[in-house]
Design a protein around this ligand. Structure first.
Ligand code: ADP
Ligand code: NA
Length: 330
């Protein structure tokens, strides 16, 4: 039997991925490469739905691709590509938008949240139809599985509904994808506000470990992380979110279990934990940063790798689109 096809995407909307992106998403992408037929996509079409600056987008798209390679995606074992280089995404999105109900699209919670923040007149129609483009991303590759976090569940549900609706109305064209519940992903919180998730939109840069930061800077951020009242090292996300977050990062990067770490730090203080974790983080980010630099320093080679990825993706996407167009009557 052929391995399951998996599609996952990440937006190039920051100058660097942070440790939360890695431990919550990309690490799993790397781990899945050999077990599944993986298509990984830097979704730059999605990145223009909320306003952008062209030179910045171009830079961020390349940095994202370079970082994904530096973090361990291997173009020999997965298909890594940039969404805008595969025009079928936008083409299929149009067809799908014509079988999506306006009311149905209006029920997407993420749009409601984002447009509430931006104001209705400043929110683009692209932001509104974002989940339809996401459905096209998935259906083009006949993905069997899609890794989803809680926040993406509703969008995957829409994707499934659209696939079924199209297949029933026009004849079979799409695999109906199943959610893939990712085990072993860590939720990383902000180092300065451990009740909030680590995010590129964090209020304080000291709260996030950017994977392109100077390693000494990352070490300092760990050492200055907000910890909790008391002195005992316990894993208790409710009452000791700061220390628990450090333990989560430590476990994920070292391969130790939380229990092993608790034993190791029994009777020791927060300072000991932070000092050691600062070293673990430094050892992790230093080679990642160097490898990212190497990819960015050879733009021709990076472009070539992405062109190969886009060709591989297109071979599949064009076939699906041709089939869908035929069913529709084009
Ligand atoms: P951000 O929150 O920084 O804007 P994105 O929303 O672009 O990050 O998320 C990209 C991917 O990284 C998603 O799969 C998301 O679930 C994951 N991710 C982002 N922040 C974290 C975090 N703090 N902990 C775990 N996973 C995260
Ligand atoms: Na593979």
């Amino acid at each position: 039997a052929r391995p399951p096809r998996v599609l996952s995407g990440i937006q190039p909307t920051a100058d660097s991925f942070h440790l939360g992106n890695y431990l919550g998403a990309v690490r799993n992408w790397v781990a899945m490469q050999d077990d599944v037929d993986a298509f990984y996509c830097v979704v730059d079409l999605h990145a223009i739905t909320a306003g952008h600056e062209p030179a910045e987008l171009r830079r961020r798209t390349r940095v994202s691709a370079a970082q994904l390679l530096a973090l361990g995606l291997d173009p020999e074992r997965c298909t890594l590509f940039v969404q805008s280089q595969v025009p079928e995404h936008a083409q299929l999105a149009w067809v799908l938008s014509c079988i999506t109900g306006f009311g149905e699209a209006s029920r997407m919670v993420q749009f409601k949240d984002k447009s509430q923040k931006q104001g209705a007149d400043r929110s683009s129609v692209g932001l509104f139809t974002y989940p339809i483009l996401q459905a096209a991303d998935i259906l083009l590759y006949q993905a069997d599985q899609v890794p989803v976090g809680e926040d993406q569940r509703q969008h995957l549900e829409l994707t499934r509904d659209l696939a079924q609706r199209f297949n029933n109305t026009f004849g079979p064209a799409f695999t109906v994808p199943a959610p893939y519940i990712v085990k072993d992903t860590a939720k990383i919180t902000d180092l300065q506000d451990p009740t909030a998730k680590m995010s590129k939109s964090s209020s304080s840069p000291a709260g996030i470990i950017d994977l392109l930061d100077e390693p000494a800077r990352s070490a300092k951020k760990i050492r200055s992380a907000v910890t909790d009242a008391g002195r005992e090292i316990l894993f208790d996300t409710e009452n000791k979110p700061g220390v628990s977050n450090l333990l989560t990062i430590y476990a994920a990067l070292s391969g130790h279990t939380i229990d092993e770490l608790l034993e190791q730090y029994d009777g020791k203080g927060y300072g000991d934990l932070k000092k050691d974790l600062a070293e673990v983080v430094t050892a992790f980010v230093t080679p990642i940063r160097e490898r990212t630099r190497l990819y960015l320093d050879d733009p021709a080679q990076l472009d070539k790798m992405l062109a190969v990825g886009a060709d591989k993706a297109r071979a599949v996407a064009a076939q699906t689109l041709a089939q869908a167009y035929d069913r529709v009557g084009f």
